[in-house]
Design a binder for this molecule. Structure first.
Ligand code: NAG
Ligand code: NAG
Ligand code: NAG
Ligand code: NAG
Ligand code: NAG
Length: 382
């Protein structure tokens, strides 16, 4: 997540508002049912089973459209009715991987970022199937309501609505930092529950399946604003807006370390803290494999993925202001549609010579385009 997107993404809000989810429902316990069976006359049992089947059927009719089916209380003794577990399980791919994005109220408005994101999945090459694995984590009531209207897997993480401000001064406010860190906390929980994830900021458009470009042996893969050509060089400057993380002991520990680093480095946001702890002895000692993905496939407005035959994702990074991002991403999607139309035209065999016609607004006005870093890593660039 780069500075600029953060600036207008989340401004006002409180992160430790996780009590918004309904309280966990009681767990179904097989012993309990066996006990009941012993003590209860047959007629009552038959009647009860009929009632339960009706209940199950009733439930399944609600739950089924969202994939995952119903929970049979007689079988699922280990079922935790925790809302997060339930959502993750229904969204997960066969290998327990989910795609995660975060959404606040402003970004969830009609004709704004959320619509563009969903559209990119639909017009991308074979990316629509990822929608059923996408968990949208929301900050704000409006974001949750809009998400629930359009998408099957929405998780309400932060209750307070977030306000959108155009003042750069709001970047790095206490509220902003709380939200940023609650995202890291959330991702750690997902790993803890045994799920791998691709985390992708909502201003990252998907055009192709990213998985074929991931390193099978890496634990954490992360995008870059600027990529130096060596995927394992820790001096690459990451953009934490896009990452692919496998759930294992090393990554679970690393996310705890990362989350705790908010206290070690007070005032830093997640990305700057990451840049500190990537060099920590922990990473070396446990052999955590961090890899940086190439901007040729995972590009952005800082460093576009110029070749439309290669691009997987494009990030509206190096851009200030929600309106500017939305404006340029609309054009980006149009550029992609033109490309798809061209390559789909059976009568043409020429190589497509076009590329993105953006950034436009994203490279103007208040915006100061970060240059590829020399040495210093600081928080006004990311
Ligand atoms: C969010 O909720 C917290 C705690 O309930 C409150 O202190 C804070 O002022 C709220 N923020 C907004 C923007 O409503
Ligand atoms: C889309 O994906 C399919 C299957 O991977 C591939 O054959 C086709 O060439 C791709 N089209 C474009 C435009 O990338
Ligand atoms: C959000 O921002 C607007 C305009 O800056 C302001 O009028 C409003 O009070 C803010 N809302 C909250 C909840 O802070
Ligand atoms: C994780 O650690 C636990 C306890 O130390 C160990 O039993 C387990 O095998 C480890 N799992 C993996 C995947 O390394
Ligand atoms: C397909 O390509 C041909 C030859 O370049 C062109 O005349 C035609 O208009 C194209 N069709 C579409 C639908 O773009």
């Amino acid at each position: 997540m780069e500075l600029e997107s953060k600036n207008n993404k989340d401004v006002v809000g409180v992160s430790n508002e996780k009590s918004s989810c309904p309280p966990p429902q009681p767990e179904y316990n097989l012993d309990h049912y066996q006990q009941l069976l012993k003590q209860t006359p047959m007629v009552v049992i038959v009647f009860a089973m009929m009632a339960v089947s009706c209940l199950v059927l009733y439930h399944s009719s609600i739950v089924l459209p969202f994939r995952g089916g119903y929970i049979n209380p007689f079988i699922a003794t280990n079922y935790h009715a925790n809302p997060l577990s339930r959502i993750l399980r229904s969204a997960a791919m066969d290998d327990n991987t989910i795609v995660i994005t975060f959404l606040n109220d402003a970004w969830a408005e009609p004709q704004s970022m959320f619509d563009l994101l969903l559209e990119s999945f639909r017009i991308g090459n074979q990316t629509e199937r990822f929608l059923q694995h996408l968990v949208v984590v929301t900050a704000g009531e409006k974001a949750y309501a809009r998400c629930s209207k359009l998408h099957p897997h929405c998780y309400h993480l932060i209750t307070n609505g977030t306000n959108v401000s155009k003042e750069e001064a709001d970047f790095m406010t206490a509220d902003y930092l709380k939200i940023v860190w609650s995202k890291i906390d959330f991702m750690g929980k997902v790993l803890d529950l045994g799920y791998n994830f691709v985390f992708s900021d909502a201003d990252i458009m998907w055009f192709r399946d990213p998985f074929s470009h991931f390193d099978k042996d890496a634990d954490i893969q992360i995008s870059c604003d600027f990529f130096n050509g060596n995927p394992s060089d820790l001096r690459n400057l990451p953009n934490t807006g896009f990452s692919y993380v496998k759930s294992n002991n090393k990554t679970i520990q690393f996310y705890k370390l990362w989350y705790n680093s908010r206290m070690t480095y007070p005032g830093l946001h997640d990305q700057d803290a990451f840049n500190k702890i990537k060099f920590s002895p922990f990473v070396r000692n446990v052999g955590l494999r961090i890899r940086f993905v190439d901007t040729a496939y995972f590009g952005g407005f800082c460093r576009p993925s110029r070749d439309l035959n290669k691009v997987c994702t494009m990030h509206a990074n190096c851009c200030v202001g929600l309106e500017n991002k939305v404006h340029d991403l609309e054009i980006l999607l149009d550029d992609w549609r033109k490309y798809i139309k061209y390559v789909g035209n059976q009568t043409t065999t020429d190589v497509y010579k076009g590329s993105w016609t953006v950034p436009q607004l994203c490279s103007r006005g208040s915006f100061k385009r970060p240059r590829p870093p020399k040495k210093k890593v600081n928080q006004d660039k990311s």
